[in-house]
Design a protein around this ligand. Structure first.
Ligand code: ZN
Length: 491
């Protein structure tokens, strides 16, 4: 967890367009020849030695579990406030998804207003809000959603953790109200169980747990064998952080009102068959001396990633996908497919962290755990770092250098997350595109998928070769420096 004050100013990424005056008409066809060696940007030899040979590997960072639904996000990117709320579209019912989306937009609005008010009084203030989530399918009747958030600003001593849970009845398509799940007559029993567990773990709390109220039960999370009661930092009378306390259905008994207890009936989970990805490996194609651009997609993987991959296959084009690490294992097939069809997998940190607020070690963990998760699937580490919000400082650069990675931002910001409008995304790209452009999009939004239906053929029609970022940066024998920041091709 991040515990560092916001003390560093984000690097402001001034918009800068493409880098050459090359005319688009000079496009020559792409000619397939023998594969050229793939340029290795990441050199493992650059990594500092890990602790001794017997060192126990660090436990992996918290992975987002996605058992139902697809991620989407709400983003705010102001000079003084960087915020991303990832939340699920569960597909259970419109009512469920509207409730979750409304929660996300309410939180975003509330925190944006809070920061704006502070910023009005102190122009050096900077804030950050970040939510990642997990979804659980308990059985045929129940599912649950857990949102884990962090809110901080530069005038705060500690970041605030925020937890929000939703429990869903899949058969009625409704969110189960907390009062219905944990009715009042069961409260005393649950308080007793929570107290027992907390005292076993923190004996120093003896005597300090006598004033539990319903706020302690406000964020229950259904699980197959019981319920996790999520307690936010500050709920406990000491400075303990967020607590997740698991109580089994057996212990809870009739203190919990579920029409049918999930219990072990969910043990029948069958693993989904893994489809072999379609392999159209095209990275070996030598690019002729014509214009080229790199489409980049941040914040995936998601269902929209699959849709864009299908379009890229259709047009024999490539792109770069800057993945959020904690969701990678939910979509291993998608990650493998990106790689298999010659597109590129890049690193957008483990939990979409604003890296300029983190320490050297925290930054390293965010990047390395993501690269390791990708490597476990594709056999290859991630090629470069795409920092969330484009935020870079000297510490980020030095970690990237240690890990042998370049840092790649963009020259065209489609702002697809803001407009959520396929016409605007299409127009912004077509108005600004130049040879060497690196184009920032987000593969979380169906509108971005819609835009790509037109953008990809239109760019090809104008003579652009759609290549990966690595291909763009290394074209013509250019070298890429670890730790350096690139906004566009180097031709
Ligand atoms: Zn992002």
């Amino acid at each position: 967890m991040r515990r560092v004050l916001l003390i560093l100013l984000a690097v402001s990424l001034a918009f800068t367009a493409g880098c050459t005056t090359r005319s688009n008409e000079a496009a020559l066809p792409v000619v397939p020849v023998d594969p050229v060696p793939v340029v290795e940007i990441l050199d493992p030899a650059d990594e500092p030695a890990e602790a001794g040979p017997n060192a126990v590997p660090e436990p992996p960072a918290q992975t987002s579990v996605i058992e139902i639904g697809e991620p989407v996000s709400l983003i705010e990117s102001l000079p003084y406030f960087s915020a991303t709320i990832f939340y699920p579209v569960t597909g259970v019912s419109a009512a469920v998804d509207e409730t979750i989306a409304k929660w996300a937009s309410d939180v975003m609005q509330e925190k944006t207003e809070e920061i704006e008010a502070l910023y009005a009084q102190d122009a050096s203030l900077e804030g950050e809000l970040s939510f990642n989530f997990s979804t659980y399918k308990i059985d045929d009747t129940y599912a649950s959603v857990e949102e884990n958030g962090m809110f901080s600003h530069s005038a705060m001593a500690h970041p605030v953790d925020i937890i929000k849970t939703f429990n869903i009845n899949l058969q009625t398509g409704a969110i189960i109200p907390v009062d219905a799940l944990v009715p009042e007559q069961g409260h005393a029993r649950i308080f007793g169980l929570l107290k027992q567990q907390l005292l076993a773990k923190y004996p120093e709390l003896e005597g300090a747990l006598d004033d539990m109220d319903t706020s302690w039960l406000a964020q229950p999370l259904l699980q197959p064998e019981g319920i996790i009661f999520c307690l936010e930092r500050g709920q406990l009378p000491t400075v303990l952080g967020t607590q997740r306390i698991f109580l089994s259905y057996e212990e809870l008994g009739d203190a919990v009102a579920l029409a049918q207890t999930p219990l072990a009936q969910s043990a029948q989970d069958t693993p989904e068959p893994t489809d072999t990805p379609e392999t159209i490996y095209t990275s070996g194609q030598v690019l002729q001396d014509g214009p080229m651009v790199a489409l980049t997609f941040d914040d995936g993987p998601s269902g929209t990633t699959e849709r864009i991959l299908a379009l890229l296959r259709q047009y024999n084009a490539r792109a770069t996908f800057c993945l959020v690490g904690n969701r990678i294992n939910n979509r291993k097939d998608t990650v493998l497919q990106i790689y298999a069809q010659g597109s590129e997998v890049s690193n957008h940190t483990w939990e979409h962290a604003k890296l300029t607020n983190l320490s050297h070690d925290e930054i390293r963990k965010q990047i390395k755990s993501t690269s390791d998760a990708v490597k476990a699937i594709t056999g290859q580490p991630t090629t470069f770092l795409r920092p969330p919000y484009g935020s870079v400082n000297d510490t980020v650069k030095s970690v990237a250098k240690e890990l042998g990675m370049a840092i790649v931002t963009w020259s065209i910001d489609t702002e697809d997350w803001k407009t959520r409008n396929s016409d605007k995304t299409y127009q912004r790209i077509m108005d600004q595109v130049k040879d060497g452009s690196i184009i920032l999009c987000h593969d979380l939004f169906s509108e971005t998928g819609d835009a790509m239906e037109r953008v990809i053929p239109a760019l090809i029609e104008q003579g652009y070769q759609l290549v990966t970022v690595t291909e763009l940066l290394t074209y013509g024998g250019n070298t890429v420096q670890a730790g350096a920041v690139y906004k566009r091709g180097q031709k």
